[in-house]
Design a protein around this ligand. Structure first.
Ligand SMILES: [Zn+2]
Ligand SMILES: [Zn+2]
Length: 446
């Protein structure tokens, strides 16, 4: 596992959680590929050879897991490791195939997919559920992340800059969300999306090889290089999203060329936010640079088709009352008004007031944090909290319209904006220095 705050001088091994306790998974099947040869070993050193084409099944049994090979029960153990006997050549769909893995965990795009994993596979029982961890060298992991996060049609500069941002974020390792379960990161948007070699492309392999060991540094520390799908035109700051000390290399700057100008910037009044979100400025992430019907070929394969830069949701009085009652525990009979209270530099709401009727009395409720706001204002999760609210003049409005921009927290690297920059001919360095101003690219291991 990675050590927090340390700068490695050689390539580290990392552990990725693929099946987590919250997936409530009690059975996992894994298919052994034609090559290389594999063996499986338990914590008690019970060791068995596996052959090409074998189907390995694990079933949960309290804190143990039972092992079946080709439907025959073999043994029971606490922790099993499936280990390749030779190096795995990093190629599309190399490694073992793991079935029914959750992708888009707890988001509206959640689904189950089969994925291919290189490296070592570890399976253990945790209180009646199975946990699966993939153990592999960091550079192999990064090859996979670049294409899991983005589509295979991405330009080289996009893959390279994305790989460097992902490597930096991994090694900065400040979040450590899953340290209790014994892995560095999970396989989903909670950390960074990873689907093994399933969509691995020649280009993403090259992206990692060309940038091997390179990270962004600031003040002799590896940058916590966060990224999201679309900033919506202006990058958000670290402190407005994670309520922490500001990071100098995440600035609220427009996602456009150095001479980019727009009369609505900075977004320091409701009027300006309204004009900004009602227009389509020509930033790097704008559909004026990349038409949205072409976005699909640059975005990862599990994303649904949508407009990300500017979007609208219409909610009837019934719908919004039901939704906010459920999500914010309001017991409202009607929603009267929704009032923006605080916004970040990108227009992202960090505080909102909901005025509602309860037993014919006017009440109000304050909702804080962009994450909570996104969770409240959509059946599953709103694209971003950068939105304005329009309603009719009725005392009890018939409809509320949310008009918004961007997808994700918007701080740091804007993935769609980086596509736009790459298509416009900017270099890998240009892209990284644009999203992380003041940082410096360095190679920390060979
Ligand atoms: Zn995670
Ligand atoms: Zn952007």
């Amino acid at each position: 596992m990675l050590k927090p705050g340390s700068i490695p001088n050689r390539e580290p091994e990392i552990r990725v959680g693929i099946v987590l306790p919250e997936d409530n998974c009690t059975e996992i099947t894994i298919n052994i590929p034609a090559e290389p040869d594999y063996f499986i070993i338990s914590e008690n050193q019970h060791k068995y050879n596996l052959n090409s084409g074998d189907e390995v099944l694990f079933t949960a049994n309290k804190n143990q897991c039972s092992l079946f090979v080709n439907s025959g029960k073999i043994d029971t153990g606490k922790i099993w490791k499936i280990i390749p006997k030779d190096d795995i050549i990093m190629n599309n769909k190399t490694g073992v195939k793991v079935n029914n893995v959750v992708s888009g965990r707890s988001f509206h795009w959640e689904k189950k997919i089969s994925i291919y994993l290189a490296g070592i596979i570890e399976v253990k029982g945790v209180e009646g559920n199975l946990v699966l961890i993939n153990d592999l060298p960091l550079e192999e992991y990064l090859m996979c992340v670049a294409t899991s996060e983005m589509g295979q049609a991405c330009p080289r500069e996009l893959i390279e800059s994305q790989t460097i941002a992902a490597r930096s974020w991994m090694l900065a390792n400040v979040e450590m969300k899953h340290v209790d379960l014994g892995f560095d990161v999970c396989n989903d948007d909670c950390c960074q999306r990873y689907q093994g070699t399933t969509f691995l492309s020649e280009q993403s392999v090259k992206g990692a090889l060309n940038t091997r060991g390179k990270v962004l540094m600031y003040n002799n520390q590896i940058c916590d290089a966060r990224y999201s799908k679309s900033c919506g035109g202006v990058m958000e700051t670290f402190e407005n999203i994670w309520e922490d000390t500001p990071l100098d290399y995440m600035q609220p700057i427009p996602d456009g060329p150095k001479d980019f100008e727009n009369s609505n910037l900075p977004l320091n009044s409701e009027e300006k936010v309204k004009n900004w979100l009602n227009s389509t400025p020509e930033t790097f992430c704008s559909p004026k640079i990349i038409p949205e019907d072409e976005l699909q070929k640059y975005l990862g394969s599990v994303d649904e088709k949508a407009n990300y830069f500017r979007w609208t949701f219409n909610y009837s009085q019934d719908k919004i009352t039901k939704m906010l009652n459920e999500k914010c525990d309001l017991q409202a009979e009607n929603i009267i008004d929704i009032i923006p209270m605080k916004r970040g530099y990108s227009g992202r709401l960090t505080e909102i007031k909901i005025i509602y009727l309860h037993k014919e009395e006017k009440k109000e409720s304050i909702l804080k944090d962009q994450y909570n706001i996104r969770a409240a204002f959509h059946d599953s999760f709103l694209y971003s909290s950068a939105f304005i609210v329009e309603k009719d003049d009725n005392q009890i409005p018939k409809e509320f319209v949310l008009k918004g921009g961007g997808w994700g927290h918007g701080a740091g690297y804007c993935q769609i904006g980086a596509v736009g920059m790459a298509l416009k001919g900017y270099s890998t360095e240009d892209i990284l220095y644009h999203y992380f101003p003041g940082s410096e690219l360095k190679r920390i291991y060979k």
